[in-house]
Design a protein around this ligand. Structure first.
Ligand SMILES: Nc1ncnc2c1ncn2[C@@H]1O[C@H](COP(=O)(O)OP(=O)(O)O)[C@@H](O)[C@H]1O
Ligand SMILES: [Mg+2]
Length: 221
């Protein structure tokens, strides 16, 4: 398998506020981890560093051994599109596009999109949306939209899926279904998961649970 992700001494400062104060984290390929902590503790900031959406003030982020600090904008964009999938609290689907079209958006910039539509259909069926391929977001429930967002995040076969409070805006039944889905996709697709969550249920479904406190990580199990 090998090391998926390695953070060493990652610091992030906004103005005079030190949000991350030396974060060390190693994640193996296919592993799953929950990041928990109070609002404002730096969870999203940490996820942004991991996902190459922002750069640390100090320290190193390595993705499959690749030092992100050594990459230019174009290479970073390629890393984001080919190796990482993102799911946010709000699904951010395009309202004018169908479920199937939304899922295919990331393949528009992929180097090799062969078989993308078939994979999109298969995955949408896999998450119980086989009869909703042509529905637009307004015709889908919140839980259904979030499942479309998960499929969209997986369409380019990333090895790492980052989710920032993915069940945060769902009712409890939909949140439960999405938690189960993430666990199953982790197992079936071998995709490593880093999930920021306030949900005890989702956190306990991950292989590890790490708390962020005073800008550092503390493993609770
Ligand atoms: N782009 C930014 N500019 C300035 N401050 C920021 C920025 N992003 C986050 N922060 C601050 O960093 C702290 C951590 O934010 P965040 O990572 O969003 O926390 P969490 O996701 O745990 O709720 C907060 O105090 C927030 O105001
Ligand atoms: Mg956040």
């Amino acid at each position: 398998m090998g090391t998926m992700l390695e953070l060493t001494g990652v610091q992030k400062r906004f103005g005079s506020t030190d949000v991350l104060r030396g974060v060390d984290l190693t994640l193996q390929a296919g592993e799953s981890v929950a990041i928990v902590g109070p609002s404002g503790s730096g969870k999203s900031t940490l996820l942004n560093m991991i996902g190459a959406l922002d750069v640390p003030t100090a320290g190193e982020v390595r993705l499959e051994g690749l030092d992100l600090a050594g990459l230019g904008e174009e290479e970073l964009a390629a890393v984001r599109s080919e190796r990482i999938g993102f799911v946010f609290q709000l699904h951010h689907l395009l309202p004018q596009c169908t479920a199937l079209e939304n899922v295919l958006v990331p393949t528009l910039v992929a180097k090799d999109a062969t078989g993308a539509e078939e994979r999109a259909r298969t995955l949408l069926e896999r998450v119980g949306l086989g009869a909703r391929l042509d529905h637009r977001p307004a015709q889908l429930s919140g839980g259904e939209c979030q499942r479309v967002a998960v499929v969209r995040a997986l369409i380019n076969r990333p090895k790492l899926l980052l989710a920032d409070e993915p069940t945060g805006s769902l009712d409890s039944a939909s949140a439960h279904a999405l938690s189960e889905l993430l666990v199953e996709l982790n197992r079936e697709e071998g995709v490593a998961l880093v999930v920021v969550t306030h949900s005890g249920e989702l956190a306990s479904a991950m292989g590890r649970r790490i708390e962020i406190r005073d800008g550092q990580l503390a493993s609770d199990r």
